[in-house]
Write a protein that binds this ligand. Structure first.
Ligand code: RP5
Length: 162
């Protein structure tokens, strides 16, 4: 159960940290790397080419600005790639979102929201839960916890505005 979390720059890490935390909370092993589609293209492609044989099962790729990293990785691997657009430009991350989500036919990247770091991790857990039943139980518990939290907030709000 190993997930690679790749980011285009260490400046992405304050957002990406939540992805790593989420994966670890579900007990997944992670490999966290800075590999850029533009600044280290050979290293990024080499990593993705070997990811499957190196035991990686899902790749999460975070990038900002002209965010080519997830698409470049997806181009050279059959592993599922989750794209995490990072808000790191003067365009509020819309540039990253569109760069990541608008993949051509044949090379999908499962794209989450701008800075949607927790969802990137959860989506990887959901993908892996198809293969690992213990993750299904953890995901069900996670859903129940969320439900209980919202019910508690609803009750608190109703009490406050009485
Ligand atoms: C992208 O552009 C990276 O993912 C990051 O969001 C940005 C570059 O950031 P710096 O390394 O210039 O801080 O490639």
């Amino acid at each position: 159960m190993k997930v690679a979390v790749i980011m285009g720059s260490d400046s992405d890490y304050p957002v990406v940290e939540k992805t790593v935390e989420t994966l670890k909370a579900f007990g997944l092993e992670t490999e966290v790397r800075v590999l850029s589609a533009h600044r280290t293209p050979d290293l990024a492609i080499d990593f993705a080419r070997k990811a499957d044989e190196n035991g990686i099962e899902v790749i999460i790729a975070a990038a900002g600005k002209a965010a080519h990293l997830p698409g470049v990785l997806a181009g050279v691997t059959i592993l599922p790639v989750i794209g995490l657009p990072i808000k790191s430009s003067t365009m509020d991350g819309m540039d990253s979102l569109l760069s990541i989500v608008q993949m051509p036919s044949g090379v999908p990247v499962a794209t989450v929201a701008i800075n949607g770091a927790e969802n990137a991790g959860l989506l990887a857990v959901q993908m892996l839960s198809i293969k690992y039943p213990d993750l299904k139980a953890k995901l069900k518990a996670h859903k129940l916890k969320m439900e209980a939290e919202v019910i508690a907030k609803d009750e608190a709000l109703q009490s406050a505005i009485k």
